[in-house]
Design a protein around this ligand. Sequence first.
Ligand code: FES
Length: 218
Amino acid sequence: MASSASTASGIEHPEGGSRRDFLLVATAAVAAVGAAACLVPLIDQMNPDASTLAAGGPVDLDVSKVAEGAQVVIYWRQRPIFVFHRGKTTLDALQSKSDLALLADPDSKQVQQAPYAANWHRSIKPEISVLVGICTHLGCIPLFYPDASATTPVPNWPGGYFCPCHGSKYDAAGRVFSGVPAPYNLPVPPYRFVNDTTIRVGENPSDSAWDFDSIRQL
Ligand code: FES
């Protein structure tokens, strides 16, 4: 029988090791897979100066440079942040009753996001999704499948994020499907729009004092 281990967050993981242990072992190998599978255009805003990264300070991204249907990955507090420009078809799928019935937490009741992102699109603007790209099971980096086919990588899945480590599936808002190892939706980091087209990851909107450390599981 598989053993369980408690993590720093208090969540039990029936995989014979803690999530933190797994992160340490798997990050290097899986990050390479994830990075290769994600389309990561070279955008200047993805590369804040070294002192900003070292301090874990806010990171800006001009989302007008992210084409519809594309995703870029930036780093905040040394974590990958997925920024996905969703089109109408994707947004419509997020509201599909048949798809919603397959999700573990379709209404984002678990605190995996600030109140300003606890809506059907889990974001400030519906078309721009901002997620922490770390699987809530054992910490792999999920792969981006904006247009999953009927059979790839798994059958009967509308696309979004797929974690190859143990098969967890998330939709295009980072909402986890029922019956997979991952227990929670992908986290949404604090962020705000500093103008019409630029997001700042690491800061809440001016009317919010949400504490990212209150998140259920990273
Ligand atoms: S780490 Fe296990 S499914 Fe993602």
